[in-house]
Ligand binder design. Structure first.
Ligand code: ADP
Ligand code: MG
Length: 390
């Protein structure tokens, strides 16, 4: 649970009580990077870090929202005036969710909101989707939408969150972050098929195997909303067009070499090789988790990292240093997670080796003249967005 309680700030800012509080988790992706916009597979897991929002309805169609992470700012906007580029900044994620729900025909009106989060912002742990999903959950509760009641309804909320991020906040991300935040199951990873939105809950038995998932926030600047992400997406779309398929998901991994032979540009060939082999690694990772073969999971993490670094070229020195250090300290496997160019890495670590792994990563960062990384330990996969009781 987030460390600071938003309700008291709500009362002092708005002069009345919230109707309730709702929460939604951040995530790490175990494997399946840059596959979502290729209609592929990914395997995210919810963190036990979340965004909590206190909420109450207003009857004038306006949104007032404050974040304890952005002190001193209360953003006010008429919901009828929300559009791409308005409002600007962090409030776009919030207003965008209400806009998207209204676009989908939901009876969503004005809201007073105060939110807070212990998901680190901009660390590749999806604070943006945690923010969106918490607002979607609050709208569901306040306006009685009933969509949190089952997975089909949660998928509708997740889609509204994705539209908010893509269309109002102008961040061209796929649907993974929103899906895990709304559709997670505690103790499980979520095998998400981005082609049809279907999900499968795969047990993640860290505790039974004496393992932790160590998340290393490199604190290297990460900006997904820049040219690199768009360039990767364009390469993938162009390759799919050249190969005559709707998306790279349709490229059969057993026919990969033949497909690559039909692409002229070396860079594009490497992009395709990453996507096609990564989707296959997700399948194998889910199988390994079901079989309790965590050593194999570790090997797949390493193969994924190599592919992202060499073929997809989205790693950076901080991520590579984190991965190399964790492996040297004995991790079963390690990889960058999230979009790349900074953000976080994950390592599958034996519980007794946690301290030495943290120390090794910290020392290697210092030796390389890099800033101090931050650490977060996942002992058990978190649950999905919903009301906060009590
Ligand atoms: P990530 O999702 O990996 O944390 P993003 O760049 O996608 O990184 O999203 C981070 C942005 O989301 C922040 O810069 C801010 O605009 C917004 N955001 C997320 N959580 C909060 C919060 N609790 N308060 C205010 N803004 C937030
Ligand atoms: Mg994000």
């Amino acid at each position: 649970m987030a460390p600071v309680e938003p309700s008291s700030t709500f009362r002092s800012l708005f002069g009345h009580d919230p109707q309730g509080r709702w929460q939604a988790p951040g995530r790490v992706n175990l494997i399946g990077e840059h596959t979502d916009y290729n209609d592929g597979l990914c395997l995210p897991v919810a963190l036990d870090r979340r965004t909590v929002v206190a909420a109450a309805a207003r009857d004038d169609g306006r949104l007032r929202v404050a974040s304890l992470e952005v002190p001193g700012e209360v953003v006010e906007v008429d919901l009828a005036e929300v559009r791409p580029g308005h409002p600007q900044g962090w409030a776009a994620y919030v207003a965008g969710v209400l806009w998207a729900l209204r676009e989908a025909g939901m009876p969503v009106g004005g809201l007073d909101l105060v939110l807070t989060s212990d998901v680190p912002l901009g660390a590749g742990l999806s604070s943006s989707a945690a923010l969106e999903a918490s607002v979607a959950a609050a709208a569901d509760g306040v306006f009685g939408l009933g969509l949190l009641a089952d997975d089909a309804g949660r998928a509708v909320l997740a889609d509204a969150c994705r539209r908010a991020e893509n269309e109002i906040a102008d961040a061209p991300t796929g649907g993974m972050d929103q899906a895990i935040s709304l559709r997670a199951r505690e103790g499980h990873a979520l095998l998400l098929d981005c082609r049809d939105g279907s999900v499968e809950h795969v047990p993640l038995e860290l505790e039974q195997h004496g393992l932790d998932l160590l998340v290393i926030d490199t604190r290297a600047p990460h900006a997904l909303v820049d040219g690199q992400y768009g360039a990767r997406r364009r390469d993938c779309e162009e390759a799919a067009r050249l190969l005559g398929v709707a998306s790279l998901r349709e490229v059969d991994p057993t026919g990969l070499d033949e497909a690559l032979g039909r692409l002229e540009e070396e860079r594009v060939r490497r992009r395709v090789r990453h996507v096609v082999t990564e989707i296959e690694r997700v399948r194998r990772c889910a199988d390994a988790l079901r079989a309790g073969d965590l050593e194999e999971v570790g090997r797949l993490f390493c193969a994924s990292h190599d592919s992202l670094r060499d073929d997809y070229e989205v790693s950076c020195p901080e991520l590579d240093t984190a991965v190399t250090a964790a492996l040297r300290a004995g991790a079963l496997g390690a990889r960058m997670t999230g979009g790349g160019f900074g953000g976080s890495a994950i390592a599958l670590v034996r519980r007794e080796a946690l301290d030495v792994t943290v120390r090794t990563v910290r020392d290697d960062f210092a030796a390389a003249g890099m800033g101090e990384p931050a650490f977060l330990v996942l002992e058990r996969a978190g649950g999905p967005a919903g009301p906060v009781h009590g």
